[in-house]
Design a protein around this ligand. Structure first.
Ligand code: 13P
Ligand code: SF4
Length: 345
């Protein structure tokens, strides 16, 4: 049973007086004592990326959360990501260094409003981007991430309408990619990506005309039209491995990450203003506090959690699965997923 350590410092301010090296050493020691895994999104501060056991995009992190053997998951990302880990690994303690690290895009959709829209379109399947609350996932047929949205939408029979929640830009992108005319988009967006503008792209291209332009699908359609590749953050990491010069249209943390991995290559942010303040709420000091004090724990109502789990597991089935159910019960539930009545498969 995990419990706070006797060597925990009394206040966050006390952690903030420690050096980066001291904090990192403390976190790594404590992680081993707790049998904890640190999952970090690529938008995290570099010093958090450095102590993360696993860095990735929303899809990879949710697969890792579903699959880990660790007793404690410490999630360095935003709230919906830690919540997803708890949904998929209910038996584990899931911690977040700062519970206030939310995702404004997720807050565009509420359970009440989604129920109302479903009542207006009773035949529609609900495809929900993981950037959403557990309650909204619980009202959905299947989830998707930016890495598998097209695949997930294609898994819904072509004639069945789709309510796509909550990102209108991603909805627009999948509409264009799939050629479907029956997608009903929610009117939400990510301010970090939606604020990137054509003038910034043109300015970056004028200085680096040969650079490959890679843009996240949360960006506006007029930008995506000009991208060489539209992809999730993990797709961008792969492209950084393969190319020497990239213009990168996403949050700055990803640019920092690839620059750290490939110091001799040239990575130009499409917009240096693209900073997710919520992702940056996590600091090394808060992470050290979190593992020492076992705070802040993510908890969920079991009814909502189990319904949300079904839509997440359907997504994992479509995109190559989660790999190792924890118990026989989970295994049989896994088999039932494909036969559910959502009509997605
Ligand atoms: P990825 O799944 O591509 O990492 O995106 C998550 C996100 O929040 C983008 O803003
Ligand atoms: Fe949410 Fe946008 Fe931040 Fe991603 S970058 S976590 S979508 S606010």
């Amino acid at each position: 049973m995990a419990r706070p350590t006797d060597s925990a410092l009394a206040s966050l301010t006390a952690y903030e007086t420690l050096s980066r090296e001291e904090l990192a050493a403390r976190i790594i020691r404590r992680k081993a004592d707790l049998d904890a895994v640190i999952l970090g999104h690529s938008y995290q501060r570099v010093e958090i990326q450095e102590v993360s056991d696993f860095l990735g995009d929303s899809l990879a992190l949710s697969q890792e959360a579903a699959d880990t053997d660790a007793a404690v998951i410490v999630f360095c990302g935003v709230h919906f990501m830690a919540e997803t880990a708890k949904i998929l690994s209910p038996g584990k303690m899931v911690l977040m260094p700062d519970l206030e690290a939310g995702c404004p895009m997720a807050d565009f959709a509420t359970g009440d409003r989604l129920r109302k829209l479903k009542a207006e379109h009773p035949d529609a399947a609900v495809v929900t981007y993981v950037n959403s609350t557990a309650e909204v996932k619980a009202e959905s047929d299947i989830c998707c991430t930016s890495a598998n949205a097209v695949e997930v939408v294609n898994s819904v029979p072509a004639e069945r309408p789709i309510i796509f929640v909550p990102d209108r830009n991603l909805a627009d992108y999948v509409t264009e990619q799939t050629g479907r005319t029956n997608i009903i988009p929610w009117d939400g967006f990510c301010h970090v990506h939606d604020d990137m503008v054509l003038e910034e792209l043109e300015a970056a291209k004028a200085v680096h005309p040969k650079a490959l332009v890679v843009i996240h699908p949360e960006a506006r359609p007029e930008l995506l039209e000009r991208a060489d590749v539209v992809t999730s953050t993990s797709g961008m990491v792969k492209l950084a491995e393969e190319h020497d010069t990239l213009i990168i249209g996403t949050e700055m943390g990803l640019v920092d990450r690839v620059q750290m991995e490939y110091p001799d290559k040239t990575f130009i942010p499409l917009s240096s203003q693209a900073i997710c303040g919520n992702m940056k709420k996590n600091t090394l000091a808060k992470l050290a506090w979190s593992v020492d004090h076992l705070q802040y724990e993510v908890t969920l109502d079991e009814d909502i959690r189990s319904k949300a789990e079904s839509s997440l597991r359907r997504m994992l089935e479509v995109s190559g699965g989660w790999r190792r159910p924890e118990s026989d019960d989970e295994a049989s539930e896994a088999l039932a997923v494909g036969a559910s009545d959502c009509g997605c498969r």
